[in-house]
Ligand binder design. Structure first.
Ligand code: NAP
Length: 245
C-alpha cells in the first residue's frame, strides 16, 4: 500500500504513539488522516499541524454508537490504525482485579473488535486496505507485573491472526505491531530503554508500504522475537488453512 495515497484513521490519536502516527502520516503526505480521540478538544494541537488534512473525530472505542458514527463519517478510510489502549496496575489478586481486567479487555480487545467489524466493509469497498493493531511483546508471554493487560494483548494478538485470515479474501492486509517499551505516559513506570513514539510510527508505516505482517519496532521486541517469529508464523499459517475455502 502506498501511504501517500492512503486515507488513515488513528484511534487514541491525541497523545503517545497515536499522536506520533498522525505526525508520521502527515510527514508521509497521506491524503487525509482522521484523528480519533475520546475528548475531541484534546486533538486541537494535532489538527493544527495540518488543518486541511487532519479531521478530528470523537471516538471512544468501547461505545458502539460512537464506533458506528465514526464509520459513517469516514467512509473513505483505507488504513485503519487501532492504537487506543489502556493498562491497569496490580496483580490478578488485588481487590479490583476483575474490574481492571474487564476495562482492559473492553478497550484493548473488544474495542478493537468493534472497530474492525465496523471498518472491514469500508476497507473492502475501498479496494482492501490495511489494518494495523498495536500488540506488545507481552502478547506472546505474560508479564505478571501487568498480568491482565498481558492477557488482553494476547487476546488481541489472536484476534489479529484471525482477521488476517478472514479478511484475506477481500484483500485487506493486517499488521501486528509487537512493541517493546515506548516513551509515553503508558510506560512512564517501566524501567530501562524505551523507543521513541515517532520511530515506532515510522517503522510501522514502512511495513504498511512493504506489506509486512509482523513488526518488531525496537530492540526489546527484536530480541524477544528473534528465535520465535518463524515458528509462530508457521503455526498461524497452518491453523489458517482450517478456514473453509
Ligand atoms: N507505551 C508502550 O510501552 C507500549 C508498548 C507496547 C504496546 N503499546 C500499545 O500502544 C498503544 C498506544 O499506547 P501509548 O503508549 O501511546 O499509550 P498512552 O500514552 O497511554 O495513550 C493511550 C491512548 O489510548 C486512548 N484511549 C484509551 N482508552 C480509549 C478508549 N476507550 N477509546 C478511545 N481511545 C482510548 C487514550 O485516550 P485518552 O487521552 O482519552 O486517555 C490515549 O490517546 C496501546 O494500545 C498500547 O497498549 C504501548
Amino acid at each position: 500500500m502506498n501511504v501517500q495515497e492512503s486515507v488513515a484513521l488513528v484511534t487514541g490519536a491525541n497523545r503517545g504513539i497515536g499522536r506520533a502516527y498522525v505526525e508520521a502520516l502527515i510527514q508521509a503526505e497521506a491524503r487525509r488522516v482522521y484523528a480519533a480521540a475520546r475528548q475531541i478538544n484534546s486533538l486541537k494541537e494535532i489538527v493544527a499541524i495540518a488543518p486541511d488534512r487532519v479531521i478530528p473525530i470523537a471516538l471512544d472505542v468501547t461505545q458502539a454508537e460512537q464506533v458506528n458514527a465514526a464509520a459513517q463519517a469516514a467512509q473513505d478510510v483505507t488504513l485503519l490504525i487501532n492504537n487506543a489502549g489502556v493498562i491497569g496496575s496490580g496483580g490478578l489478586f488485588t481487590a479490583d482485579s476483575i474490574e481492571t481486567a474487564q476495562w482492559e479487555m473492553n478497550t484493548n480487545f473488544f474495542g478493537t473488535l468493534a472497530m474492525v467489524r465496523a471498518f472491514a466493509p469500508i476497507l473492502q469497498q475501498n479496494g482492501g486496505g490495511t489494518i494495523v493493531n498495536m500488540l506488545s511483546v507481552v502478547s506472546v508471554a505474560n508479564a505478571p507485573v501487568f498480568g491482565s493487560y498481558s492477557a488482553s494483548k494476547a487476546a488481541l494478538h489472536s484476534l489479529t491472526q484471525d482477521i488476517r485470515a478472514e479478511l484475506a479474501p477481500q484483500g485487506t492486509h493486517v499488521i501486528g505491531v509487537f512493541s517493546g517499551p515506548v516513551a509515553t505516559d503508558m510506560a512512564e513506570n517501566v524501567p530501562g530503554d524505551k523507543a521513541e513514539p515517532i520511530e515506532v510510527a515510522k517503522t510501522v508505516l514502512q511495513a504498511v508500504e512493504t506489506g509486512l505482517e509482523d513488526v518488531y519496532p525496537d530492540a526489546v521486541s527484536q530480541s524477544v522475537f528473534s528465535a520465535i517469529a518463524e515458528p509462530l508464523k508457521a503455526i498461524e499459517k497452518q491453523f489458517a488453512t482450517w478456514l473453509p475455502q
